[in-house]
Design a protein around this ligand. Structure first.
Ligand code: G
Ligand code: G
Ligand code: MN
Ligand code: NA
Length: 250
């Protein structure tokens, strides 16, 4: 059977699928202010299958609608349990192109009781490449309800800067390829400094992804970064573990 057929089956019962959550940490206080939702698939025969493999399959087969819905539902259920913490959810271009997407998100917020202002949707600049009217309309509708929009993997694409000019966002996430090279005297320090200065001048918050060392966190602090995420703090963990982490860090 193809991976697509296996994924279709997994989505039918959903017991092979789960959502893990990786803490988002305030730069200054090191308090856990939220978490990013990350889809996980454990196949009974093949074991763990990476989202790097199955997300593209889902996107090319239309299954991303069901998978995205599953992730959003789990994320909103968690968000309702931990008001005041941000839950960030990765949204694919295909989902955003659906004219019913914003309404679906509002339904899930209503059903679960999660506040709109606790939800952050992570998008990539590829939505700009196809310049979809529907995507732009969805983003406007979602944002005007108080949901936050984050631009993921910032700096890796071709049009990061023109994206900022055309679509309003609340946050950019500096790609971990820049963060992993941060050390005193390295060019990456100047690049990250420029990104943070630009973002703040546009009233945009900054999250640094893939923070693995105290030195990286320290440099980011000096550069004025707002939020940290990475293995230095925690790997993605199960929903009950993130609830326990939040409870331990009120
Ligand atoms: O969690 P991990 O590092 O393995 O994720 C790998 C990639 O898969 C990342 O680019 C991440 O954004 C993406 N990804 C993980 N979960 C989801 C999801 O629920 N939806 C979408 N669209 N992408 C996801
Ligand atoms: O593209 P996106 O930023 O959504 O991808 C998130 C991915 O990054 C997840 O798959 C997550 O497992 C991974 N990740 C999170 N923290 C770290 C880290 O500190 N180092 C590395 N190498 N990967 C990380
Ligand atoms: Mn992300
Ligand atoms: Na990213």
């Amino acid at each position: 059977r193809t991976i697509e057929a296996e994924l279709r089956e997994a989505l039918r019962t959903t017991d092979q699928l789960s959502v893990h959550f990786q803490p988002l940490v305030a730069q200054k206080t090191r308090k856990i202010v939220g978490a990013e939702a990350l889809a996980r698939w454990h196949h009974p025969k093949f074991g763990s299958i990476s989202p790097v493999k199955f997300i593209p399959v889902a996107e090319n087969s239309g299954l991303i609608e069901d998978l995205g819905d599953f992730v959003l539902r789990k994320s909103c259920a968690l968000g309702a349990e931990v008001p005041g913490r941000t839950i960030a959810v990765n949204i694919s271009t295909t989902q955003l192109r659906n004219p019913g997407f914003a309404a679906r998100v509002f339904d899930l917020l209503y059903e679960t009781g999660m506040r709109a202002t606790d939800l952050e949707l992570e998008i990539t600049e590829s939505i700009l490449l196809d310049d979809e009217h529907v995507s732009a309309q969805n983003l406007r509708t979602l944002r005007s309800s108080g949901i936050h929009i984050a631009l993921d993997d910032f700096g890796t694409g071709y049009s990061s800067l023109s994206y900022l000019r055309r679509y309003p966002v609340d946050r950019i996430k500096i790609d971990r390829s820049f963060v992993s090279q941060l050390s005193d005297g390295h060019d990456s320090v100047a690049i990250v400094q420029a990104i943070i200065t630009l973002a703040h001048a546009m009233n945009i918050q900054v999250t640094a992804e893939g923070v693995e060392t105290e030195e990286q966190a320290d440099i980011l602090g000096r550069l004025g970064n707002n939020t940290l995420q990475g293995y230095l703090f925690s790997r993605p963990v199960k929903a009950d573990e993130i609830v326990a982490k939040f409870a331990g860090d009120p």
